[in-house]
Write a new protein. Structure first.
Length: 465
């Protein structure tokens, strides 16, 4: 067994301070999608950079990602420590941006006022991903502190501030300056454990395309009594379009949508069947709906991990205030995304989707289909020694064997780590299924924060050996 007793002990002694520091970061509302929070996003980047500098990382800097084509770009935080001669280099990835916190009245305590209750820390970003990114920083601090300011391996850190909006800035940096991130393995902590107490490596993520459909009818908003019956209604048209995107059995109706969908291997499907999954418990506690929906003939795990799907997120426009307004809106918008799986590609899928939407436009309206952002699906290889280092580390901490799962969510840059940097990527996450990612009352189970730090310390020690 490889370990680093002093570093683990340091983590245990300083665990409470680590949580207090995390709370400070969580108080910064670094919501990447809202332009009015751009200064907060930068403040979060500076906070993380200052801490990396303090613990002993070198070459700490913010890398700007703003370009004329990407004017809203948020900075990357970079740091390295490369003095472990002859040892592998680990690239640590995380994101310091968060999703919007609405609906605010659903939060028991305010989203940017981190609060401990029942062993959990509640705040927007607690687990996705500030808390998990902080585990990396605190594992590094523990190793520095216990080893006279040295690390057992070489480390580069890259932390982005626009993961929740598609990660365009980091994707460009990896494409253009991949050499600055040269490493032997990437470590990502931005996923979940399959169940409490069950250490988990996530080996696949869905990709996505996030789009908007804009429908325009009349030149301007109209009185619905004076013009109703003669003027086209963009919301009705939009509803008609959306109704044709999926059938009653959850199948996406875009021609050719499923052409490139790869079936998981027989081994994978067998392993998923063996996971402790209770569909009724999932429906009741996680989803909370009367029934689960989706494609017939596939299990829930297959439907959420290995099958593509389509969802509508919101339909801005028209009158949405309290009470009534009799208006025919001039335009309507729908935010529609598709989750993709290997070997679908965002570009090809978007072309098929756009052509299909344009072919079903109702009379009297014009439609524009726009891509907002996209990311590739990915399945990572488990055939490398770093996987053993990770499962060994988590076995010591959790006392049990690691399960291999996929995730239904997307982390666009992971595909680029694998394809551009050509390095194995480990997704070792410590979230729990009921952590409420992107939802009100997001939390991080603090025991997992501490076990995550210890797992990462042990992982670094194992990689060094
Ligand atoms: N950490 C999540 C992704 C995730 C969650 C993967 C759970 C596996 C299990 C990430 O922050 C996320 O939410 N990504 C967005 C990406 C998108 C906006 C490009 C997503 O999946 O919606
Ligand atoms: Mn995340
Ligand atoms: Mn997220």
């Amino acid at each position: 067994m490889v370990e680093n007793k002093a570093a683990i002990e340091f983590g245990r002694q300083n665990g409470e301070r680590f949580v207090e520091e995390l709370k400070e970061l969580l108080r910064i509302p670094s919501i990447s999608t809202l332009p009015e929070h751009a200064a907060d996003v930068r403040r979060a980047a500076e906070f993380v950079a200052a801490e990396l500098r303090r613990i002993g990382m070198e070459n700490v800097r913010l890398i700007e990602t703003k370009t004329p084509e990407h004017p809203g770009g948020h900075p990357l935080v970079y740091a390295d420590w490369l003095h472990a001669e002859g040892r592998p280099t680990v690239l640590c990835y995380g994101h310091y941006d968060v999703q919007p916190a609405e609906p605010l009245n659903e939060w028991t305590t305010p989203p940017f006022d981190p609060t401990e209750r029942n062993g959990n820390l509640y705040a927007r970003g607690a687990v996705d991903d500030k808390g998990q990114m902080w585990m990396h920083v605190k594992a590094l601090e523990s190793l520095f502190a216990a080893n006279d300011g040295k690390l057992p391996v070489n480390v580069r850190v890259i932390i982005e501030g626009e993961e929740e909006v598609g990660g365009e800035g980091i994707a460009r940096f990896v494409r253009e300056h991949g050499d600055q991130l040269r490493a032997d393995v990437a470590l990502v902590s931005d996923t979940e454990m399959f169940a409490p107490e069950l250490p988990t490596l996530c080996v696949g993520l869905r990709g996505m395309i996030y789009t908007e459909i804009e429908v325009r009818g009349a030149r301007t908003d109209l009185h619905s009594g004076m013009y109703g019956g003669a003027a086209p209604n963009p919301f009705v048209a939009l509803a008609q379009i959306i109704a044709k995107l999926k059938d009653d059995n959850g199948r996406v109706l875009i021609p050719g949508f499923y052409d490139k969908v790869a079936t998981p291997t027989a081994d994978e499907l067998k392993a998923w069947k063996a996971l402790p999954f209770d569909e009724e418990h999932y429906r009741e506690t996680e989803v909370g709906s009367r029934e689960l929906t989706g494609e017939a003939g596939y299990s829930v795990l297959e439907r959420t991990w290995a099958r593509p799907t389509l969802d509508v997120h919101g339909m801005p426009g028209g009158f949405v205030g309290a009470g009534a307004k009799t208006v025919i809106p001039a335009k309507a918008l729908a935010k529609v995304s598709m989750r993709l799986v290997p070997d679908q590609t965002p570009a090809e899928t978007f072309v098929k989707y756009k052509a299909y939407v344009e072919s079903i436009v109702p009379r009297g309206v014009e439609v524009t289909v726009r891509m907002i952002h996209s990311g590739d699906p990915i399945v990572v290889s488990t055939d490398n020694p770093y996987v053993q280092a990770a499962t060994g580390a988590m076995r010591e901490v959790f006392g049990t064997e690691t399960v291999f799962v996929r995730g239904g969510g997307s982390i666009p840059i992971v595909g680029d780590f694998v394809r551009e940097l050509k390095i194995p990527t480990l997704m070792m996450g410590f979230g729990l299924p009921d952590d409420n990612l992107h939802a009100p009352n997001e939390k991080f189970h603090l025991a997992n924060f501490h076990r995550g730090i210890e797992s990462i310390v042990r992982f670094f020690a194992a990689v060094s050996a």
